[in-house]
Write a protein that binds this ligand. Structure first.
Ligand SMILES: Cc1cc2nc3c(=O)[nH]c(=O)nc-3n(C[C@H](O)[C@H](O)[C@H](O)COP(=O)(O)OP(=O)(O)OC[C@H]3O[C@@H](n4cnc5c(N)ncnc54)[C@H](O)[C@@H]3O)c2cc1C
Length: 384
């Protein structure tokens, strides 16, 4: 793990990069529904997006705590890490379960940004949160798998060269252990241009999310990642890291809202005094601040345990829950403090408000986080 000084240096470096992408940049990108290419390009060039890729594959070889700081600082700026965070951690499945050949073939390109692996296709319309019920089928035919099926809410497909795909290799009915029978594939989308139907979804905020239709899409057998049938287990291995990183983005948002709200409330004068002197405005911001700071401590605990190789499922889930709720609380306190201006696009509060709501829902809903805590940590009966 990097020293406190090194972590502060990373924080400062990210702040410097983000300073080049002010409110207006993100506001215009949002209004136009565009992808923040210039920002992602600069972040990639800085090497920080390759924080978690080991140095032997051209990455920065940093820990999860450092990666958390990077994403937190992006969201603490007017920007949003959602646009590119997947480039940082989707490769985790490849790193942990991929063959040496796959790692040598893909990781250096992902580290340099020459290859974008920003899409992870899991969710399906009929399965929803019940991942073990997905239906998209990958059938082995000689040295290929033939993929047929449908995915929904798959982000950044058009901004990626590679996509990790979870598909069914054994029919559900044939399984004794229902968590088996799924497999992970690294799909090179440059090879299947025109064969994968990608339909953009119109979402609440600028998120490049799609419905995917696979019709006889061919994936070379050598692109199977890990063991056939063990794909669900392979992706679960990445969940703690993902939850800690998502918590970090929410903490960044929470800090942005609290700072923005407190500043505005200190300056705006109504009834002859700054509105922030009124407890109805001041206390919600102070309360949200306390909750963001508490989430930060839980995130740090989770990330440090992760980096020490210790069990951190409870802490990672609690960090995700607390941070996403604290960010949403801060978003509401901030929009309330801004009165009507909170709804005006030029103040950026409404944009961040729309963006931060996602953290309670995706990549996993807080209900399922609570179910993990209730069932796996507290030992209560299972709902599924
Ligand atoms: C902007 C955005 C981007 C996304 N990007 C991706 C992506 O890149 N790749 C990808 O694979 N997916 C992605 N997702 C999908 C996201 O992970 C799913 O929305 C999520 O997994 C839930 O599936 P669902 O939407 O079908 O909800 P459902 O499973 O239908 O759940 C609906 C509600 O019921 C609750 N619920 C269900 N079962 C239980 C239970 N047993 N106990 C308590 N509550 C329960 C849920 O918590 C939720 O509140 C994205 C979603 C969004 C909104």
């Amino acid at each position: 793990m990097a020293s406190r000084e090194e972590q502060e240096a990373i924080r400062e470096a990210i702040r410097k990069i983000c300073a080049g992408f002010p409110d207006a940049y993100w506001r215009e990108i949002d209004a136009a529904g565009e992808y923040p290419q210039a920002f992602v390009k600069e972040l990639t060039a800085s090497g920080y997006l390759a924080a978690l890729i080991p140095e032997e594959y051209g990455g920065a070889g940093l820990g999860l705590m450092e990666a958390s700081i990077i994403l937190e600082e992006i969201n603490r700026s007017p920007g949003n890490g959602l646009a590119c965070h997947a480039q940082m951690y989707t490769m985790g499945t490849l790193l942990k379960h991929g063959s040496v050949d796959q790692k040598r073939r893909y990781l250096p390109g992902i580290a340099s940004g020459e290859l974008r692996l920003q899409a992870f296709a899991v969710t399906e319309p009929n399965a929803g949160s019940e991942t073990t019920k997905i239906e998209t089928r990958a059938e082995r035919k000689g040295d290929k798998y033939i993929v047929n099926g449908q995915k929904i809410f798959i982000s950044r497909v058009k901004q990626s060269d590679l996509m990790l795909l979870l598909a069914r290799t054994t029919p559900y009915a044939d399984l004794k252990d229902k968590t088996q029978g799924l497999s992970v594939f690294l799909v090179d989308m440059r090879d299947i241009k025109g064969k994968l139907d990608v339909q953009p979804l119109d979402m609440m905020f600028n998120h490049h999310t799609n419905i995917l239709f696979f019709e006889n899409v061919e994936v070379p057998a050598e692109n199977l990642v890990g063991t056939e049938g063990m794909g669900f287990r392979h992706i679960i291995d990445g969940w703690n890291a993902e939850r800690i990183l998502i918590a970090s983005e929410a903490i960044g948002d929470g800090r942005w809202f609290v700072d923005k709200g407190a500043k505005y409330a200190s300056e705006r004068v109504v009834f002859g005094r700054p509105i922030g002197a009124n407890q109805g405005v001041q206390f919600p911001l102070a309360r949200a601040y306390a909750h963001v700071e508490a989430a930060d401590r839980m995130r740090n605990d989770a990330a440090e345990k992760f980096d020490r190789g210790e069990k951190c499922g409870a802490e990672a889930n609690m960090a995700k829950l607390l941070a996403s709720e604290a960010a949403w609380e801060a978003a509401n306190a901030c929009i309330d403090a801004h009165g009507g201006y909170g709804f005006a696009r030029e103040f950026d509060v409404e944009r961040k408000f729309r963006e931060t709501r996602l953290y309670m829902t995706a990549p996993i809903n807080n209900n399922l986080v609570l179910a993990f805590l209730g069932q796996n940590v507290l030992g209560m009966p299972k709902s599924y």
